[in-house]
Design a protein around this ligand. Structure first.
Ligand SMILES: [Zn+2]
Length: 120
């Protein structure tokens, strides 16, 4: 399911959380519980956004491109199985305003020619 590149990115994000927190701790030796919590949340939010993006992309790809015809989403007009036609990018934001970039499959119905973005 995951590429080695995805695993490397996740590992890098995890390393960044830990080294960033160590550094922050040195700069804020008397931080309050609340301050520590906020510093942690900010760092984990970046990692969370990255993982959310990667899992959502894999999930979307699995739904459209790799699905068997019988399992593919259906055309709302005629009920035909949709075919994927490339990706369109969009950016959403999640916790702590972290951007996540998603590619969304543009699909068409080979039976009636209707084009649409399948619902998520
Ligand atoms: Zn159709």
């Amino acid at each position: 399911m995951w590429s080695n590149a995805t695993e490397r990115h996740w590992q890098q994000e995890a390393d960044r959380v830990m080294s960033g927190m160590k550094e922050w701790r040195l700069q804020h030796p008397r931080a309050s519980l609340r301050e520590i919590e906020t510093a942690l949340d900010e760092r984990f939010a970046k990692m969370r956004a990255r993982m959310l993006q990667d899992v959502a992309l894999a999930s979307a790809a699995a739904r459209i491109s790799e699905a068997e015809e019988a399992e593919r989403p259906r055309c709302a007009q005629c009920g035909g199985p949709l075919e994927s036609h490339g990706e369109q990018e969009r950016t959403l934001t999640t916790t702590f305003n972290e951007p996540i970039r998603l590619e969304r499959s543009y699909a068409t119905c080979p039976v009636c020619g209707t084009g649409l973005f399948p619902p998520r």
